[in-house]
Design a protein around this ligand. Structure first.
Ligand SMILES: [Zn+2]
Length: 107
């Protein structure tokens, strides 16, 4: 994620309780950004999950997936819709991950 624009990276680091982990079936690999230790009851824990097949697929696809997911976090998206997914792709593309987004979509 070193390729993220500086202001985006800083904004994401300021997000509380952001935790990137691989697929739930996998106990091993952690693509950790950070975990806030003083999470309070009722606070929303943002967990980005990456499936095992994505984790071990093409690097550019994984980067595209992570950029897309971080765009959701950056934009404060909750839930999913066609519009929200498209916006996340657009945000990630604006960060310079256009090719990776296309790879992750199989385009
Ligand atoms: Zn999405």
């Amino acid at each position: 994620m070193a390729n993220l624009p500086e202001e985006v990276f800083k904004s994401l680091l300021e997000k509380k309780n952001l935790y990137i982990r691989p697929g739930l079936s996998d106990g091993g690999y952690v693509l950790s950004l950070k975990v806030n230790n003083d999470i309070k009851k009722g606070e929303r824990l943002q967990i980005l999950t990456v499936s095992e097949s994505d984790l071990f697929g093409e690097a550019s696809e994984l980067i595209g997936i992570l950029a897309h997911e971080l765009a959701h976090v950056f934009a404060g998206h909750i839930g999913s819709s066609r519009e929200i997914e498209r916006e996340a792709d657009e945000i990630a593309s604006s960060w310079g991950f256009n090719a990776e987004i296309k790879d992750s979509r199989g385009i």
